[in-house]
Design a protein around this ligand. Structure first.
Ligand SMILES: Cc1cc2nc3c(=O)[nH]c(=O)nc-3n(C[C@H](O)[C@H](O)[C@H](O)COP(=O)(O)OP(=O)(O)OC[C@H]3O[C@@H](n4cnc5c(N)ncnc54)[C@H](O)[C@@H]3O)c2cc1C
Length: 660
């Protein structure tokens, strides 16, 4: 077991000793014109590549979830030579397939006052004024095109009786702008993107490599020029080269071990790029989703989301008294506390996720939680069933109800669901400019892998929107600006940068296999996850974060001396795959805690207990923290370097968020 931390170590971890500060940075790609014209202007000023020349230019895309598959299909169609990679046996197994509730777009089909500006405004406010205005405005503009594109591909969005596309509401907004395909929106969108990708594979503009894991980025003379991958079936280490590299590798919520993410989600691709010079932005911004099935035991390795769409009709409550142990249906209305409706009457059950999650934690901390351990609140459909009828509720949410019943053995049509917050999404990621280019020229990052447009809190149904905006529309119109200077000088496996990257991968693998310690990779991952959840989860304090940093360092040292990885490299070896991912989670986890420690304010999903309003809401400090924190890798024995990108608000006034 781990050795307890030596006395005195914690005190030596003051903020100054864990990081250093570098020069400020800025996004120089967004044109300095009216916000509504910026995207048009950028598309016009970005250099083009004529169709005949595109054939001579190559792009590597790592990741074929929604963000990667859409980008690969579009760049392939444009005529570039695209090579794609994913670690699953098919692009169709990307984590995107799990997305349930829907995708936002400012179509205003409901005629309920929606507009591009309102989607922009809601998203900036929802992100607690920690996102870039230019990017968010473009996201809102592009949302409209995404729906048309997907409908043209045949994505079966839900329709109203008259045939028009249906909409529902998600948290943090007062309009209905969420397009959906029952509780399987991600699956249907991914099938659309996958079909488009397959078409290009057949046309030979895209070469797909499944079951290949990127383990290193190759940077040649400051430009991203290739990757090192491991064939996960044979163990062969391969190099691939191109004129530009795109990472569309998803989020890193699994650093917490328990999350709603697919078991394979990891940070390795972006972390390896970070170590090569790409800045990592706002790593501590984590989304905790309020409606997940509560943890049921020690041996659980995965948590299940109950889609936010359920909050359209489900009402959240706990008993007024913590002493009340009656079954839910036996508790009379007058003795229930519909706390979201009470505290936030304007948005009720549809407050943003960070607010709903904290409110659930608060009522449970007061001893009013329900279910085993008191870590749960009710999500109740009795009213909706009475108002709409069981068949209507079933038509809207049937597959989610079935899933709940299968997992818990309870019938949610008869007794309220029990839910509790869980890690769901990571707003942090590699820093990118308006063109989606990282701080390494030629390295682009799309989808959940970049630090994105969501600030300190993402609103529901906006990750799919962002991934597809990036892949279908933004990247294909910005990467040409960079590629127009290519093709760049040819690089092959004999280049010293490639030799060094391959050597680094091989020696890491050999190290994992040679330790032959006593503990499994999973046992380390679980312990790391516990530290992250306890100290860098829903509520963070300076004391807790310092403790976490020191505990992570100790656990990491133990991992590198006592992990047991069986088998060999030359076979399918999941323990080996996981060892590499968990090793990177250790380094990321430490940076997340440093980021959370340095940001001595509360904003969105980052709740510092020391910084709250009198009624317990997140209290921002705009004077000191209105910036993106972009971290530069400081070396294995060095300290990360903080670069600040100041955030300027010209179109939305920064004010204390209120959903009351
Ligand atoms: C349960 C659940 C429900 C959700 N519901 C919604 C919703 O209703 N609406 C919404 O907007 N959002 C939703 N989200 C969020 C949304 O699904 C994700 O943010 C989004 O799908 C991420 O897409 P992506 O393309 O960026 O990444 P992913 O879909 O995670 O794809 C990552 C790709 O990268 C590849 N990859 C990763 N690392 C490597 C590597 N080292 N080498 C090779 N390949 C690699 C993988 O193989 C995969 O192809 C939900 C999330 C969850 C967990």
């Amino acid at each position: 077991m781990r050795i307890p931390s030596p006395k005195g170590l914690l005190n030596s971890l003051d903020a100054d000793s864990v990081y250093t500060e570098g020069a400020d940075i800025a996004d120089t790609k967004a044109p300095d014109v009216d916000i509504a014209k910026r995207w048009d202007e950028r598309q016009f000023t970005a250099k083009l590549v004529n169709p005949a020349n595109r054939r001579k230019l190559s792009v590597i895309i790592v990741g074929t979830g929604l963000a990667g598959a859409s980008a690969a299909a579009t760049l392939g169609e444009a005529g570039y030579q695209v090579t794609t990679f994913c670690y699953q046996d098919s692009p169709r197994r990307a984590h995107s397939i799990a997305a349930q509730g829907g995708i936002n777009a400012a179509k205003n089909y409901r005629n309920d006052g929606d507009s591009v500006y309102r989607l922009f405004y809601d998203t900036v406010k929802g992100g607690d004024f920690r996102s870039r205005e230019s990017n968010v405005y473009r996201l809102a503009q592009t949302s409209v095109q995404i729906i048309d594109q997907c409908v043209a591909q045949g994505v079966p969005f839900a329709r109203e009786y008259g045939g028009l596309l249906d909409n529902r509401s998600f948290g943090g907004v007062q309009v209905s702008r969420t397009f959906y395909a029952r509780g399987q929106t991600g699956q249907q969108l991914l099938i659309g993107a996958y079909q488009a990708l397959e078409r290009q594979i057949a046309a030979k503009t895209v070469t797909m490599n499944t079951r290949h894991e990127m383990l290193e980025l190759i940077v040649v003379e400051g430009q991203a020029r290739g990757i090192v991958v491991r064939d996960m079936v044979t163990g062969e280490i391969e190099t691939h080269f191109a004129d530009a590299v795109v990472l569309a590798t998803g989020g890193y919520g699994n650093v917490f071990f328990l999350s709603t993410n697919a078991m394979g989600c990891n940070v390795t691709a972006t972390w390896r790029a970070h170590r090569q010079g790409a800045y990592f932005a706002n790593p501590c911004y984590t989304q905790i989703h309020p409606t997940c099935i509560p943890v049921s035991g020690e041996y659980q390795s995965k948590l299940t989301l109950m889609s936010e769409s359920l909050r359209n009709d489900g009402r959240i409550w706990v008993p007024k008294s913590g002493e009340d142990k009656r079954a839910a249906p036996d508790i009379p209305e007058s003795e229930r506390d519909y706390y979201l409706e009470r505290i936030y009457p304007a948005f009720g059950n549809l407050v943003p996720r960070d607010i709903a999650s904290r409110a659930a934690k608060n009522v449970c901390d007061e001893g009013r939680g329900v279910g085993p351990g008191g870590l749960g609140v009710y999500l109740d459909f009795a009213d909706a069933i009475q108002r709409l009828g069981r068949s209507s509720v079933e038509a809207k949410y049937g597959n989610l109800f079935d899933m709940y019943a299968q997992i818990t053995g309870e019938n949610p049509y008869e007794t309220p669901m029990r839910i509790y917050p869980a890690v769901h999404y990571t707003m942090g990621g590699l820093w990118v400019d308006y063109d989606l280019q990282s701080s390494i020229p030629g390295l682009y990052v799309t989808g959940e892998a970049n630090f994105s447009d969501h600030g300190a809190n993402r609103l529901g149904a906006s990750a799919l929107m962002q991934g597809l905006a990036d892949g279908y529309f933004v990247l294909p119109n910005t990467i040409n600006d960079y590629l127009s200077s290519g093709p760049f000088p040819k690089v092959d496996a004999s280049h010293p940068a490639a030799v060094e990257a391959v050597e680094a991968v091989r020696s890491r693998i050999e190290k994992f296999l040679s330790i032959q310690g006593t503990r499994t990779v999973d046992s380390f991952h679980k312990e790391l996850g516990r530290i992250m959840w306890d100290y860098c989860g829903m509520e963070r304090t300076e004391e807790g974060l310092r403790k976490a940093i020191s505990q992570i360092r100790e656990l990491k040292a133990e991992f590198w001396s006592d992990v047991k990885v069986l088998g060999t490299n030359e076979e399918l070896n999941q323990a080996l795959e996981r060892a590499g991912r968990v090793a990177d989670f250790f380094e990321l986890g430490e940076l997340m805690c440093i980021d959370a420690l340095h940001r001595n304010e509360s904003c969105g999903g980052h709740f510092r207990a020391e910084s709250q309003t009198e009624d317990g809401e997140a209290l921002r400090n705009d004077d000191e923290f209105a910036y993106v924190a972009a971290w530069e890798f400081g070396g294995d024995n060095g300290k990360p370097v903080l670069h600040k990108e100041p955030l300027v608000y010209q179109y939305v006034e920064m004010k204390q968020r209120s959903y009351k």
